[in-house]
Design a binder for this molecule. Sequence first.
Ligand code: AMP
Ligand code: MG
Length: 589
Amino acid sequence: MISVEQALEKVLSYVEVLEPERKPILDCLGQVLAEDVYSDIDIPPLDNSAMDGYALRAKDTRGASESSPRYLVVVGEVAAGSMPTKEVRPGTAIRIMTGAPLPEGADAVVRFEDTDEVNRKSSGGDLSQIGILCQAKKGLNVRGRGEDIAKGKLVLKKGKVLRPQEIGVLASLGRSTALVIRRPIVAIIATGDELIGVDQPLAPGKIHDSNTYTIAAEVSRYGGIPKILGIGRDSVRSLTEKIDRGLDADMLITSGGVSKGDYDIVKDVLAEHGEVGFWTVCMKPGKPLAFGIIKKTEVGKEKKVPHLGLPGNPVSSMITFEQFARPAILKMMGKKILAKPAIRAIIEDDVVNTDGRRLFARVSVTRRGGQYYASVTGPQGSGILTSMARANGLAVIPESSNGVKAGDMVEVQMLDWGEEQGEVKAVPLVSIVGKSQSGKTLLMEQLIAEFKGRGYKVAALKHSRGGMEIDHPGKDSWRYAQVGSDAVLISSPDKLAFIKSLDHDLSIEELMPIVGPEFDLVLVEGFRKSKIPKIEVYKKELGDDLLCSPEELSAIVTDGSLDTDIPQLPWGNPVTVADFIEKNFVLKS
Ligand code: AMP
Ligand code: MG
């Protein structure tokens, strides 16, 4: 038996990034750019107005206010799409529309709302003049030439996945086509004598072929082009004939016929045509899997097509597709992020894992009060496709675990998520709070040491109310800060320090992206107002009351016993506290 990781590594070793093709930008959505795109124009091409208003000289508005307007002579009007014909001289203004080029001489635009135009119009006043009701700074409501993209600039880098905004950027550069890595053509064959097509009536002993459709939809979803070859019968002849038709494709996916049943002939056919491995992958569902290369000699040329043989059971076939075919398709498309986005969630049902394989449990994930919850979507038989239809994620129970209990933290691979965002792993956070002198810093220290001892990668986050002193006078970094640098980064082979001036106290949400995603656990001291799980350290001698309200707390570490439903842990016993944190907030493996 091989692990999921070993199987994936083998699958990926057989597929290559495909060659680029040039095509219309609208057909490139989701594909990887295969060229660096430089701009040969300025965007915007000219200084222009960001508002409907009056183009004028900022100087002419000095001292203007609602009670003492500055009056300017209106010498013309300019709409978007036309060029101004007049210049703005001192004491004059030109009526201007959003996007219209700024007239010569003007350096600001005052919007209609800050003029007396509406009043003038309603009172039938003279429109050859305009009253300006506010003082304008130079550049007000003016979009500068090249402000978005300067001519000559590298705008989109090779390797970028094209989303609607990049396609828009290409259009704004005047590019109607782009060079992108082409989409793989994936041939799909279902196998089995029991299968009939969707449009055929059911007959005794027969079932509709659903795998073809699930797989074809998956292929499209991840950017490939499905080529449906239909149902291969459980005979060498039928299957050989189908496989031959799949050899023009970039990859061939079959479903069924890879287990130990009498009629399982995919193996026999493949053994004759290429180098194919049959593996038992340490996962459930979806144990048997075939993978390799099919060779075909065609007019003196040898063709090689990677083949992935998925199990026949509908759920197994979809889950193995997700684990192995999806990354292969993404790799062929030139994508770098191949993993499914994963989150940590509290499981709401017990899940048992009996046979030491990695269990992918179908779950429905919801977010409540800033926390993800995953509930199992009913019977988990590998033929029950509706349990997949109800799921939006797969809870991953490690092979080393014999299961999880409701309330445990689990990792969930999200089936539905913003695919291009990559891995969104929520790092578990726990805050230790308590009154001053309650022993929270001591507990932090003990917990850090305890979790390090358990093999965790730990980050500690401390809130300092009263500022801090970390940069020593005389050091280079201190000197840079002295002359005004807003941030100083010092990097050495084994350490990184980042000192940044702030204009407000950062929240945990703002801090976490700086901490980074690589930690197994972030222990926080303080941040009492944040919504993260909190454990309060309580000492009798500091008074009867708790610092936090009971609803906010996950547990209390106390040197006495308190009349409350919240779990109480003994003061001075960090191992128990670490066990509690591990069980409740960190994935157990
Ligand atoms: P196999 O791997 O061929 O032994 O098939 C395992 C189970 O999956 C059997 O119950 C098959 O009937 C079912 N199965 C195989 N292929 C399909 C398919 N294309 N659509 C629906 N069920 C299938
Ligand atoms: Mg079969």
